[in-house]
Design a protein around this ligand. Structure first.
Ligand SMILES: [Mg+2]
Length: 295
């Protein structure tokens, strides 16, 4: 039956579920499909992290956008996923599909964008592949590492935990911020080193959609305090809840740590974390908003 279904009827997450059963996973894999990055064995004290993202001309960017920013985004959305696990990025491979009549200059500029972001985050580009395609496709696979004690997944949220985001939300695609964002790596590391969140994810599908990923993985519910959700100027609440590609971090903290974070915050101006709600025990309390979908 499913064989006759169209991809659009299945949706992105339906498609991932349908394909997941064909992914062989050995016992050494700590976490496979279903989080921001895979968690793999590494050293006595550290895990290896692996994530990948693909951008396609038409779906994610057009030829009218600055090519350096397209390159930046291709790498930065992967860095954001490593940040969401509490880790640090290390090595990447970059693969591209390019049309034969595309000016060389354009693709060089894309690469320069990747280069400057890689330098800024201490990432080495160590390989990749190029093929001929009808439209530009860019795929980055990024490795990272995380101390075992600092690993954060989507699974650990508990009833009573505070829910936080690292910055204002909404309007990312319309404003062009989706091309020019700074992955919240510094905030992610600060959090795991000082407050150890119970769960964390980066906001790529929208606050509502990504919070629901945490709720499902942690088997809990949530209540958002709608008035306290930080929004970019001119953005409505429903867009702050539903718009994708903000690339802020969304995380939960045990009640005592949530209080400590707010005390710490009152005394400094380094980072700002916004409390937006509370985790509940009622799994029926899901957050509804039209989230960003890829199909
Ligand atoms: Mg993610």
């Amino acid at each position: 039956m499913q064989g006759k279904m169209k991809i659009s009827q299945l949706g992105e997450f339906g498609l991932i579920d349908a394909l997941k059963k064909y992914a062989p996973v050995s016992k050494t894999v700590i976490k496979g499909i279903g989080d921001d990055a895979a968690v793999l064995p590494y050293t006595k004290d550290k895990y290896l992290l692996l994530t990948t993202d693909m951008l396609a001309q038409g779906a994610h960017f057009t030829l009218r956008m600055p090519p350096r920013l397209i390159g930046h985004k291709a790498l930065a959305c992967n860095i954001s996923d490593i940040a969401a696990m509490g880790g640090l990025p290390t090595f990447a491979v970059v693969s591209m599909g390019v049309p034969k009549d595309l000016p060389v200059r354009f693709i060089e500029e894309v690469y320069k964008g990747i280069q400057s972001t890689a330098r800024g985050f201490n990432i080495s580009i160590v390989g990749g592949d190029t093929i001929k395609t009808d439209k530009i496709v860019i795929n980055v696979a990024l490795l990272g590492q995380v101390e075992k004690k600092y690993l954060v997944t989507r699974e650990g949220a508990k009833a009573g935990d505070g829910i936080f985001v690292t910055g204002p939300l909404g309007g990312s695609l319309k404003s062009g911020r989706h091309l020019n964002f700074t992955p919240r790596l510094a905030q992610g590391r600060f959090l795991v080193e000082n407050f150890k969140p119970s769960s964390m994810i980066d906001i790529s599908d929208g606050l509502a959609g990504d919070l629901n990923h945490i709720l499902r993985a942690s088997r809990v519910g949530a209540r958002l305090d709608r008035a306290s959700i930080p929004r970019h100027k001119g953005v409505s609440l429903s867009h702050a809840l539903g718009d994708g590609e903000d690339f802020e971090l969304l995380f939960t903290l045990a009640p005592n740590k949530a209080r400590k974070l707010m005390d710490w915050q009152a005394a400094q101006k380094v980072f700002y974390f916004y409390p937006v709600g509370t985790i509940t025990a009622n799994i029926k309390e899901r957050i509804y908003a039209k989230g960003f979908t890829h199909f």
